[in-house]
Design a protein around this ligand. Structure first.
Ligand SMILES: Cc1cc2nc3c(=O)[nH]c(=O)nc-3n(C[C@H](O)[C@H](O)[C@H](O)COP(=O)(O)OP(=O)(O)OC[C@H]3O[C@@H](n4cnc5c(N)ncnc54)[C@H](O)[C@@H]3O)c2cc1C
Length: 276
């Protein structure tokens, strides 16, 4: 099948893009890498009358340090991150995650902002950026605001984006050298979306930790204290509380015991990585 016809716009700046998105007659849809939107157009699951292609906007490809945070433009691609073309404030975490997304052809075009804008529950950036405590900057013709990734993602393919809004950047706090990060996912074969994933961040110096369980058909489960799963970092591996993980998944609507078992096992792998 081919896409239904649509008007195609390539704005020259973010403000031009925002003006196009603000046009009430337009019902415009943003396109970044087109890796998720392209198939949706071709299958006619999306039939927007107008596409606003933001992939070429230099403002959205910029990356800069701002204090102890890294501000990553929404149109930075997975391959940019995989290839180390952006500064690393996560001691290799970003590169590790980018490398595991889909196939190189998808990574060459797919963007970090598009991944969040699409909000597939199994998207690697959704779980990872929630665990890293990243924030999303949103802009519209009316102004700017920012939200934690965990608030921005509201459900499967659902975000807090308002009409006319664009993700312009992701603000990522730099990890201290002592921070530890664990990540695991289960895929039918490499390069495919995962059916279970989990991330855990522990920052011992400031006694902060976070556990995220993703790929669950709704917003990720975020627990802001990893010790709830079994105590201090050194004890987590031995004392991992599978029942707590199982209950949280049940509460999040994962009713199939086999699916919960896979999620809990994937979380156990992430914890084993961080506690190794
Ligand atoms: C075969 C295949 C396998 C894949 N496997 C994985 C995987 O294993 N893990 C994974 O994480 N991802 C995977 N993906 C998805 C891939 O990472 C895409 O890059 C991502 O889903 C969308 O990014 P994009 O830039 O292509 O966005 P697009 O396809 O252009 O847009 C996707 C959606 O986001 C909106 N959008 C785009 N940019 C913005 C923005 N700046 N602000 C607001 N809304 C925006 C669009 O309007 C659209 O609704 C896979 C994709 C394919 C085709």
């Amino acid at each position: 099948m081919k896409a239904a016809s649509f008007a195609y716009e390539r704005p020259r700046s973010v403000s031009d893009a925002l003006a196009l998105l603000a046009d009430p007659a337009g019902e415009a849809r943003i396109m970044a890498g087109g890796q998720s939107l392209g198939p949706m157009l071709n299958l006619r699951l999306a039939q927007p009358p107008r596409i606003v292609d933001i992939a070429g906007l230099a403002e959205l490809r910029s990356v800069e340090r701002d204090g102890d945070a890294l501000v990553i433009g929404a149109c930075v691609t997975h391959a940019d991150i995989e290839d180390g073309r952006i500064p690393d404030v996560t001691h290799g975490v970003l590169q590790q995650i980018a490398r595991g997304i889909a196939y190189r052809a998808v990574r060459n075009r797919g963007t970090i902002g598009g991944s969040l804008g699409h909000a597939d529950p199994a998207a690697d950036w959704v779980t990872t950026l929630a665990a890293l405590g990243a924030r999303v900057t949103l802009a519209s013709s009316k102004g700017r605001r920012d939200l934690a990734v965990a608030e921005f993602i509201q459900g499967a393919l659902q975000t807090a984006l308002r009409p006319g809004e664009l993700v312009t950047a992701i603000r990522l706090p730099a990890l201290p050298p002592t921070a530890r990060f664990g990540y695991a996912k289960a895929c039918r074969k490499p390069g495919e979306f995962a059916h279970a994933m989990a991330a855990i961040l522990i920052e011992p110096d400031i006694a902060r930790s976070r556990v995220v369980i993703g790929a669950i058909e709704t917003r990720p489960i975020v627990v802001d204290d990893s010790s709830l799963f079994g105590g201090a970092i050194t004890d987590l591996r031995q004392q991992f509380d599978r029942d707590l993980a199982d209950r949280l998944l049940m509460q999040a609507g994962v009713t199939d015991p086999a699916a919960r078992h896979i999620h809990v096992s994937v979380l156990a792998r992430a914890i084993a990585e961080v506690a190794a």
